[in-house]
Write a protein that binds this ligand. Structure first.
Ligand code: 1CP
Length: 364
């Protein structure tokens, strides 16, 4: 508790608040842009850090986490930074071992396969003890940012974290985790409630440490039918947003329930989020119609456009901005994260196109 009190007063003054303004639906001079996975292996300077240090050691070393968080900002005029970490630090904090296998991704040597395995999950969790390294990285990064742009903190959503814990890796059919929902509804809700509690405590800690906005990643929500989403995702997403909002109404909250387009209306009416992320499987104009003016939208360029050179990127960005219909209540991003194989010129062209084209639209 003691480690972060009053630190907010010591942070440098924010110079570019375009992203925060767009989250709140205020007037902006241009559409702000940041990119999911903007720090990562497409950057040679990231690869050179990773050459000597394994993935979770970068996350656990505030100096290194801070360094790689700032790398993309030194290349591109992005409007927000996102702390370098991973959603899987939460299962680790609950006593579940997670390894990062180079070229493969996350691997859990002992996944939570049976309901008996739930007894192995550490709960409750002292987030200051288990995740204090993330808080330290946030505080350090907020200082080193020198107010250039706001710093975003994040967590995985309960359902997405539960799928990893049960499947033991990504890239599966989700048959184990989805079977849980159908076969063991009580235990599924129990596991999701535990994860929700840890996520909320973790996000409170991130705010205290200096995070200026928070994103909840429900990357695998698209695996669930509307009825299953309503039962196993929505209530927990709403609980997280509401509990944070009750104490910190000033911190913008972003929910990215990837591909769950049917949920946009419910999420926008829940009052739990300021911003909803969308991927490329929904037309921006349709998403805008579903959420009205209740929330800001964030997205949604197909990451694969960034392979296609400046002209295609510019044309597709123009189409995207036009489809959103208004430059208000909008944050440009991709519909998902950067790929390791992306050329550096991709995000460079995208950020430039968003800034230039949106300025033209606003000044017209
Ligand atoms: O060796 C490496 O460098 C591994 C690549 C990598 C990176 C750069 C992983 C492994 N995680 C990260 C960082 C990361 N992960 C960030 C950093 C901040 C930034 O955006 O710059 C963030 C926000 C995440 C969040 C994350 N991790 C998500 C949610 C977002 C999404 O992409 O849907 C998920 C699903 C993960 C799990 C994960 N971690 C890493 C990989 C390769 C994966 C996905 C594996 C899979 O497909 O299941």
């Amino acid at each position: 508790q003691e480690n972060n009190d009053n630190k907010n007063n010591e942070f440098p003054e924010l110079k570019n608040d375009t992203f925060l303004k767009a989250c709140r639906g205020e007037e902006v001079p241009y559409v702000p842009v940041w990119i999911m996975r903007q720090a990562g292996r497409y950057l040679p300077e990231f690869k050179s850090v990773r050459a000597d240090v394994d993935f979770f050691s970068v996350c656990r070393t505030p100096e290194l986490a801070c360094k790689v968080t700032l790398q993309p900002l030194d290349r591109f005029p992005l409007d927000a930074a996102i702390i370098f970490s991973d959603i899987l630090v939460v299962p680790q904090a609950m006593g579940i071992e997670v390894q990062m296998i180079p070229g493969k991704g996350p691997f859990f040597p002992n996944p939570i396969r049976t309901i008996e395995d739930l007894s192995r999950v550490q709960f409750p969790v002292d987030v200051n003890k288990e995740l204090g390294y993330v808080f330290d990285a946030l505080t350090l990064t907020r200082k080193r940012l020198e107010g250039r742009v706001p710093l975003i903190g994040f967590t995985g959503a309960p359902w997405t974290l539960m799928t990893y814990c049960i499947e033991g890796s990504g890239g599966t059919t989700m048959s184990n985790s989805k079977s849980w929902l159908y076969k063991y509804p009580t235990e599924s809700h129990k596991f999701l409630s535990m994860l929700t509690r840890v996520c909320i405590d973790y996000l409170f800690g991130q705010i205290k440490a200096g995070a200026q906005a928070l994103q909840i990643f429900d990357s695998w929500s698209n695996e669930l039918s509307p009825a299953m989403f309503k039962e196993y995702c929505l209530p927990y997403l709403v609980q997280i947003g509401k509990e944070i909002k009750a104490v910190h109404p000033e911190i913008p909250l972003i929910c990215f329930a990837k591909g769950s387009n049917f949920a946009l209306e419910d999420l926008s009416k829940s009052g739990a989020y300021d911003v909803l992320g969308i991927d490329w499987t929904i037309e921006p104009s349709v998403a805008r119609q579903m959420v009205g003016e209740r929330v800001s939208l964030q997205g949604n360029l197909d990451p694969c456009v960034l392979y296609c050179g400046d002209k295609v990127i510019r044309d597709q960005t123009q189409k995207m901005l036009e489809s959103f219909g208004s430059t208000k209540r909008l944050i440009a991003n991709l519909g998902h994260g950067m790929h390791p194989t992306h050329p550096i010129e991709g995000p460079e062209s995208y950020v430039k196109a968003v800034h230039e084209l949106s300025k033209q639209m606003i000044n017209k």
